[in-house]
Structure formats: C-alpha cells, structure tokens
Design a protein around this ligand. Structure first.
Ligand code: AMP
Ligand code: ZN
Length: 115
C-alpha cells in the first residue's frame, strides 16, 4: 500500500466507494464522475502506479482486471451490446490517479478515437 494513494485507501476501506466487484486481487467500484451510464473503475489491490511500473510478476494481477471487467459488464447487462475497458498511462493520456485502473464504460454508444 502507498500511504498517500487514493485508491489504496479505497482498497483499505479508509475511503468509501460504491464497490460492485471484489476478488482476491482486484476490486471494482463506480466512478464518482461517471462518463457513461455504466462507468466502473477496476483496480488491483496491489499498488502499481502506472502501466510503466508493471513487472513480470504482476501479470496475473493485471490479467485479473480483465476478469473483473468481464464480470462487471455481465452484471451491468452491457456485455453483449459492447463496452470499453481502457487504462490511461501518465499525464498526456489523462491519468490523474497513479494506481493503475481499468475504466469500464458502457450503456451508450462510445466514439472512436477517444479525444
Ligand atoms: P484517470 O483520470 O484515468 O486517472 O481516472 C481516475 C478516475 O478515478 C476518474 O474517472 C475519477 O472520476 C475517478 N475517481 C477519483 N476519485 C474517485 C473516488 N473517490 N471514487 C470513485 N472514483 C474516483
Ligand atoms: Zn495505490
């Protein structure tokens, strides 16, 4: 855990979140600033700051984020129509919380490319 990390505090239960998915390695919760009817954030319980900080031993943990995204999409009823699972890396991509997270977005038509 990184003591000054917002998402580590959510993992620890020190900051409340609307948790909709939990596994041994990951949790998913609703984004406080939803950009789509479904907008969840999926994070590893382990603190990893950015994609650039993922190490070979983290592969199973990172893979589990997609297992979480799949489960959330099914729960939310958007699996078949389609959704997006995206991770931003560093400032130019819009990363604001430096604990890796998959955004799971759906419930509306999403445009491509993103802005
Ligand atoms: P990013 O900009 O890719 O780093 O994404 C960070 C996301 O976390 C944003 O979509 C924020 O709205 C979301 N967020 C920040 N704080 C919280 C919180 N306390 N609970 C839920 N979502 C949050
Ligand atoms: Zn963290």
């Amino acid at each position: 855990m990184s003591s000054d990390c917002l998402f580590c505090k959510i993992v620890a239960g020190e900051i409340p979140a609307d948790v909709i998915y939990e596994s041994d390695t990951a949790i998913g919760f609703r984004d406080i600033n939803a950009q789509a009817p479904t907008h969840a954030v999926v994070i590893p319980r382990k603190h990893i700051a950015t994609i650039n900080d993922i190490e070979p031993e983290d592969q199973a943990v990172v893979g589990s984020l997609y297992t979480a995204a799949k489960a959330i999409a099914a729960q939310e009823g958007i699996a078949d129509v389609g959704y997006r699972a995206v991770m931003n890396c560093n400032e130019a991509a819009g990363q604001t919380v430096f604990h890796i997270h998959l955004h799971v977005l759906g419930g509306r038509t999403l445009t491509w490319p993103p802005g």
